[in-house]
Ligand binder design. Sequence first.
Ligand code: FES
Length: 295
Amino acid sequence: MRSETDHHEKVGSVLVVGGGVGGMQAALDLAESGFKVYLLEKEPSIGGTMAKLDKTFPTNDCAMCTLAPRLVDTGKHLNIERLTYSELLELSGTPGRFKVLVKKKARSVDPDKCTGCSECMEACLVRNRPYSPGVEPELQDVEGQELLVLREILGRYPRGREAIVPILQDITAEFNWLPEWSLRMVAHTLGLPLSRVVRVATFYNLFSLEPRGKHIIRVCTGTACHVKGAGKIVDSLERELKVKSGETTDDRRFTLEAVRCLGCCGLAPVVTIDEEVYGKITSARLVKELDAYPA
Ligand code: FES
């Protein structure tokens, strides 16, 4: 898209490059002052890094509470035109007479018609594994006992997408992870696209698509725990267990995970092993506690 103001009169339109929280606020301030504002963002949507944060340092404020009002205001302000999924290629001219060349990347959806229903994600063969509705998954490598357990779990729930989460919870409780064949069986049995089941399975931290250890160690690396030395605890556990964060020991005894805020910041640093919570824990004490968890 080429936008230019190459006549001699100054014009009152402004281009703000970057649709993060700073760019949005600048666009809003300028729009409120009466300028026509073009808000340029290279990502498919505005929001920037802040949209990916839970809390902000040092006040621990909810990031979305700061961002959401600005998102809404930039969306409905008549003086703001958002140019998302677009990049600035050239800028020339002088104040009041700038000329810009903007590249607008192709989209597969019409943003004016998008309602955010996410149905397009399920139909996308690039992002999701294709599926064949109604076709029984191939299960040659699955042990009979495991299949019996899964069929029993599937029999507990009615058909429909509401059953996905409880079924995945039950499978996790049995196997400690979600084998691919089990996801195919869930999709087949519930009559849903595999991509929908995979999407739920990958959304929650509770679920894992990799085999996990018998005991899950979660070290909180949220702000409060980080300040109280969570990094050192992760380091010492990695040394002791000879795994990196996110990995499982060779004997499948422990899986080590780093998580963001376990909701008990007053006890920082906090570690959980299975259902047990260890508050104000030290590396040395924690390593001793590991002996209490059998292989
Ligand atoms: S930051 Fe660790 S429990 Fe909240």
